[in-house]
Design a binder for this molecule. Structure first.
Ligand SMILES: O=CC(=O)O
Length: 339
């Protein structure tokens, strides 16, 4: 992302510091530029480190870590605007302690993530990628028809995390004739799908587990060995959440030994490294953490980021009413103070 030269700031626009690892670009930022001065220290290092201590708003690109150390360099910071749905890369507890608001992508990515979860599931059950390899490899004329896949309709789908992505997944798979059940932090009064008290019980009553909950200390390795045993030999795991939600070492073992039916994985424990055993398996579909990446979702993301930053700079609360359908302020105390 090319940002303005800090030495030629237009003082009429509020300043937002971009926080990104050199490898992360923010592909569609055109509209943000029209509303804010985006300072990118990677392309335009500030002439004085004191500038960092005057920054009130930070735009955190992708999973760039926001640690206590980051926050120590930004003593005036009041808001971190994240550009991903997950916020596991942001030290939320420290932000809360320092009274710094944190926002995420809200629902900007939910539909794309849900579409992708369904695509991975169909890809695994119907062996779409493996069939593609079969045709391209010239095996069809030699070996004949490719082995049968499995039907999606009537599968019992267990959703781990019925937030905005999980709800979109449920809507889509219900339309395919699947039955839906879920486990979430709490039972949702507004939802009639069966609720299970824990991931093991959900897995024991499902053919497919779709993992789309947030990564927290409580949910790390929520898909454990016991969950895999409960899901059973024909069971399929789809992960569009975060790699560490699944015990990857166990998953690899279960798949290699034929103790699970398959997996569709967009996220991994040690990205961008993927266990090589997975690449050998035709009942596994792999993708490089791209479930949410469409130009349309980046447009929606800009709406959210602009709405939250505008609300912040005009002292309006960061809530849905203030920020439109996509906005979400995470439950950290938000105090604009006098700054
Ligand atoms: O993984 C993508 C996101 O959290 O937005």
């Amino acid at each position: 992302m090319a940002a303005q030269n800090p030495n030629s700031l237009n003082i009429d626009l509020p300043t937002v510091l971009i926080h990104r690892l050199p490898s992360f670009n923010f592909p569609i930022a055109a509209r943000l530029f029209t509303h804010f001065h985006l300072l990118d220290p990677i392309t335009s290092p500030p002439t004085s480190p004191a500038l960092f201590h005057s920054i009130r708003a930070l735009l955190c690109v992708g999973p760039t870590p926001v640690t206590s150390d980051t926050l120590n360099h930004l003593s005036s910071l009041q808001i971190v605007v994240g550009t991903s749905a997950g916020v596991d890369h942001i030290d939320l507890a420290d932000c809360r302690r320092r009274n710094i608001a944190v926002t995420n992508a809200g629902t900007a990515f939910s539909e794309d993530a849900a579409d992708y979860a369904v695509a991975l599931l169909i890809g695994v059950l119907r062996r779409v990628s493996a069939s593609d390899r079969y045709v391209r490899g010239g095996f069809w004329p030699v070996n004949g028809d490719y082995p049968l896949g499995f039907k999606l309709g009537a599968k019992r789908v267990g959703i781990l995390g019925l937030g905005s992505i999980g709800s979109e997944v449920a809507k889509r798979l219900a339309a395919f004739g699947c039955s839906i059940a879920y486990f979430s932090r709490k039972k949702k009064a507004s939802v009639s799908f069966p609720y299970y008290e824990n991931a093991i019980d959900l897995a024991a009553n499902s053919d497919v587990l779709i993992v789309c909950c947030a990564l927290t200390d409580e949910t790390q390795h929520i898909v454990s060995k016991d969950v895999m045993v409960a899901l059973g030999k024909e069971g399929v795991i789809i992960n569009v959440g975060r790699g560490p939600l699944v015990d990857e070492k166990q998953l690899v073992g279960f798949l290699v030994r034929g103790e699970l039916g398959g997996a569709g994985l967009d996220v991994f424990e040690n990205e961008p490294n993927v266990p090589k055993e997975l690449c050998e398996l035709d009942n596994v579909v792999l993708s490089p953490h791209c479930a949410v990446l469409t130009p349309e979702s980046f447009e929606a993301l800009q709406d959210v980021a602009i709405a939250n930053l505008k609300a912040f700079f005009s002292n309006r609360p960061l809530d849905k009413a203030a920020n439109g359908a996509h906005a979400l302020a995470l439950p950290v105390p938000f105090n604009l103070g006098s700054g």
